[in-house]
Design a protein around this ligand. Structure first.
Ligand SMILES: [Fe+2]
Ligand SMILES: [Fe+2]
Length: 447
């Protein structure tokens, strides 16, 4: 009765149960229904008498299993493959013990679990992880993953390279372990913002101090990482090194500017009246820019635009340029061509600010009475409006071939009367303030 009950229970278990006889008559002497199913038999009696070799066909695995059994008397969760009746391979876990009956016959009693499903899933996951890492490693940008505490959980090869290639020294750390505090704090605040809002930060350009002490310029994108319940579990970032590009761009820019400055010097050599005009207009313009709280970069742009603003005069016949006395209408219209000339010369050169337009507009007046386009105030660039006022101030206080210097008082008179019509009133006010502060002196000549 007891045997039958056990038998019935075994038959309904979801794991395979077996008894295997060792010795002269080797083979299965008992198997339950679940084992038949695992091994692909429709009737469990088909298994009886069959040898273990028929199932664990990998010789090394089989011999190791028997060796451990004989050594320890039992084996727990031994992982191997079995071949089914239809030659399919299934992954199994075998737990078994060696038993002796009447001290003569030895048997193996044990259970077999089919783990193909989990094994497959694990292998698939491992393969996917491997493929993901391979893809990440093939990208020549630094890629990292961080958890909610901003600790680095995964990096690609390119990222690791920046830190001596030792991935194990990076994982679990934060930016505070690698970067200067101020920089790490900014990175931390960006990561926190992405975690909190779920909004990515795209294409942020930043300068980074590397552990080897060199600076590089990078462009970074940070995105939130979600789990399958839609919760943000961390961030992922991609950083592209733009240092070489930025350096090449800066070199190109410097080269072009140098070439234009040479042309500007050539113009000065040709026309002594314009000597130092461009430089002084630059000093005035930058002074106005400072009062307007412009950034150092914007002030530099003003300086460059001023240095080059009359470059187009290089295309005007010299006898008109230095003609003493009044110019005819035709001659004056030729002089006016200098804005067009310069625009044509530089409009196709790529600058990081609208240099060609600023220069093109430096003779525009806010009421539309200027040239060459007759633009009105709202359409004129701020830099061009600053240049216009600086140009008038400098020209009127300097000798010209056709007249002597008119003096700063007359220049101020002209600016005041044209304020709000020809010239931007805010800029005129700034100039008045500066001139007053310097006791009506030509302040740009102090430099
Ligand atoms: Fe001009
Ligand atoms: Fe000028």
């Amino acid at each position: 009765m007891e045997y039958n009950l056990t038998n019935t229970l075994f038959e309904h278990l979801g794991v395979g149960i077996f008894k295997y006889q060792f010795g002269i008559k080797e083979g299965f002497v008992y198997s339950n229904r679940a084992l038949s199913k695992i091994l692909g038999f429709s009737d469990k009696r088909e298994i009886e008498g069959l040898n273990l070799e028929k199932f664990i066909i990998n010789k090394v695995d089989r011999e190791e299993f028997i060796r451990r059994l004989k050594r320890d008397g039992k084996v727990e969760l031994y992982e191997t493959t079995c071949q089914t009746k239809r030659n399919k391979v299934v992954w199994v876990l075998i737990s078994a013990q060696l038993v002796y009956e009447k001290k003569v016959s030895s048997y193996i009693e044990g259970i077999i679990q089919d783990v193909t499903k989990y094994k497959g899933a694990n292998e698939k996951l491992e393969n996917e992880q491997d493929s993901l890492q391979t893809i990440l490693d093939s990208i020549p940008d630094a890629i990292y993953f961080k958890d909610r505490e901003n600790r680095i959980t995964r990096v690609n090869k390119f990222y690791a390279k920046g830190f001596g290639g030792k991935v194990e020294k990076i994982l679990g750390k934060t930016d505070f372990d690698f970067f200067p505090e101020e920089q790490a704090r900014e990175m931390f605040s960006d990561d926190t913002q992405v975690l909190k809002t779920g909004n990515p930060i795209v294409g942020k350009i930043e300068r980074t101090l590397l552990p080897d002490g060199t600076w590089n310029q990078v462009i970074t994108t940070k995105v939130p990482m979600y789990n399958n319940k839609g919760k943000i579990v961390g961030t992922m970032g991609i950083t592209r090194d733009m240092t070489a590009h930025a350096n090449a761009e800066r070199d190109r820019y410097t080269m072009v500017l140098n070439a234009l400055m040479v042309l500007s010097k050539a113009l000065e050599m040709r026309d002594p009246y314009t000597q130092s005009h461009a430089r002084d207009v630059g000093i005035i313009a930058q002074r106005i820019g400072k009062e307007l709280k412009m950034s150092n970069e914007q002030l530099m742009h003003l300086k460059i635009a001023s240095e080059l603003h009359d470059l187009g005069k290089i295309g005007i016949p010299l006898d008109i340029l230095i003609k003493p006395g009044k110019l005819s209408d035709l001659e004056y219209s030729l002089i006016k061509e200098h804005t067009n000339n310069c625009y044509k010369l530089i409009k196709n050169i790529d600058f990081p600010f609208p240099l060609a337009d600023i220069i093109y507009q430096h003779h525009e007046r806010i009421d539309g009475s200027g040239y060459p386009q007759g633009l009105i105030g709202k359409d004129i660039l701020l830099e061009a409006k600053i240049l216009a006022v600086s140009d008038v101030l400098e020209s009127m206080t300097t000798n010209r071939p056709y007249r002597v210097a008119l003096g700063i008082k007359n220049a101020i008179k002209e600016l005041k009367s044209g304020s709000g019509t020809k010239y931007d009133p805010d800029i005129v006010n700034i100039v008045l303030k500066i001139v007053k502060k310097s006791d009506n002196m030509i302040f740009w000549k102090d430099k």
